[in-house]
Design a protein around this ligand. Structure first.
Ligand code: SF4
Length: 434
């Protein structure tokens, strides 16, 4: 359990020397207890005290790096309590008993479904290979998976194959083979996935692996009661302070619902919301990716921070200094919807994004963050009158009421008002006479 400020204070030198930037050792201790600073900021702490503190103040759930993707590290059960920290990754699955054509088809689709949404790359990050009994064929499929450039996950109970695969994540340790698989994971430098016939067995195996010095683990939720296990494991780690269960998880929806892509997608959506860190599916088509990636982006966006893009001038369709300006707010969804429609119009335009606190047009206008004053201040900051020769400025239709005020603030500018809906921008821009 986490230490209280007073417990931490007992471990400090109690000299109030201020070298840590705090007026007293007690003030320092309170901040360490709140997680605001780390214990090693006190240069006079003994190594024994530091070891004790780092163990006691470490987060309830470890952050594990799988092929460059940070997983776990969560501190709350529900996203709206604070925020979720590290988004899950998706994996497609290759089985060693698939034909080369089937494997190529999965990998081709994997390559095709790769796009950007609100500044985030949307793609399945991993390829998982289920090895089976034929080691030679498994090695071939592993090489094919590796050539995809995605993070490699290998599912095998064969320690020799696991060691030689050098995958980012090995799935296959359990109560019967944990020692051999632990050796393989250490040899290959891989994260080790651990499973158990029951939660108690899983707990015991994790304890043994930790005692053997391996804390680079993920917990395999298995196929029976996977969702129930996911919730129980997360509750035990975060609410009961059981650090043995403080690891990210992996769930194989393809093993739970073999050959059923619809159910796999539904399960994947469920595990995005509730505690799947690595979610494995047979494949990732566009039809599956669009809702899943959108859901993930929403669930793993910090609800305390508005989704914003950087203020500035964004030239669209090869816009130059004489192309008209269209101004709007920095709310990410507004930016992507408006810029998408402007691009679709094919007409060159300088999209001016003002700092409106990450709110939508009407919200920021109502809050006084998008006004004639803020627009004219933005023009001054960006030195638009010297950078651009155009004197045409298009306002969002929803704030047509600002037209007169903007004209007063920006004399010499021809201020126009766009339609209310972004979807009408294509026609509007094509018919615009300047
Ligand atoms: S540096 Fe250490 S000893 Fe000095 S005030 Fe801070 S906690 Fe106390």
């Amino acid at each position: 359990m986490a230490l209280k400020g007073l417990d931490i204070f007992k471990l400090t030198p109690k000299t109030n020397c201020k070298d840590c930037g705090n007026p007293t050792c007690m003030a320092f201790s309170m901040k360490v207890a709140q997680g605001a600073i780390s214990a090693d900021k006190c240069p006079h702490m003994s190594p024994e005290a530091l070891a004790k503190l780092s163990e006691a103040t470490e987060p309830p759930m470890k952050t594990i790096d799988v092929g460059g993707h940070k997983l776990g590290g969560e501190t709350v059960l529900l996203r709206h309590e604070k925020t979720f920290v590290n988004r899950n990754v998706f994996s497609v699955k290759l089985r060693a008993d698939m034909t080369d054509e089937e494997i190529d088809s999965v990998l081709e689709e994997l390559k095709a479904v790769d796009y950007e949404r609100i500044n985030e790359r949307m793609y399945a990050e991993c390829v998982c290979v289920e090895c089976g009994e034929d080691k030679a064929r498994a090695a071939e499929v592993i090489e094919k998976a590796r050539s995809s450039g995605r993070v490699l996950i290998v599912k095998t109970r064969d320690a020799e194959l696991a060691a030689s695969a050098k995958a980012a994540l090995i799935l296959g340790a359990d109560a019967s083979n944990w020692e051999a698989m632990n050796g393989a994971a250490k040899t290959a430098g891989s994260v080790l996935g651990v499973s158990g016939a029951s939660l108690a067995e899983l707990h015991d195996t994790v304890e043994k692996l930790e005692a053997a010095g391996n804390k680079n683990l993920v917990l395999d939720l298995g196929t029976g009661d996977a969702f129930k296990r996911a919730v129980q494991i997360r509750r035990a780690a975060l609410k009961d302070g059981d650090r043995t269960f403080g690891y990210p998880s992996v769930v194989d929806t393809a093993a739970i619902a073999p050959g059923d892509p619809v159910l796999q997608s539904q399960l994947a959506a469920l595990f995005v919301c509730r505690y799947g860190s690595v979610i494995i599916m047979d494949r990732m088509s566009y039809a599956q990716a669009l809702p899943l990636f959108g859901l993930r982006q929403n669930i793993f966006t910090d609800p305390q921070k508005p989704m914003k893009v950087a203020p500035g001038i964004y030239p669209i369709n090869g816009a130059g200094p004489d192309s008209p300006c269209a101004v709007t707010v920095d709310f990410a969804l507004t930016y992507f919807v408006v810029s998408g429609e402007l691009e679709r119009s094919g007409m060159p335009v300088n999209l001016c994004i003002t700092d409106a606190g990450g709110y939508s047009v009407l919200t920021s206008w109502a809050a006084g963050k998008f006004s004639a004053n803020s627009i004219s201040a933005f023009f001054a900051e960006q030195d638009i009158e010297n950078k651009l020769t155009t004197r045409t400025l298009i306002l969002p239709g929803k704030v047509a009421v600002l037209k007169g005020e903007v004209e007063n603030k920006l004399p010499g500018w021809n201020v126009l008002v766009a339609p209310n809906e972004a979807v009408q921008l294509v026609k509007y821009m094509r018919e615009l006479k300047i």
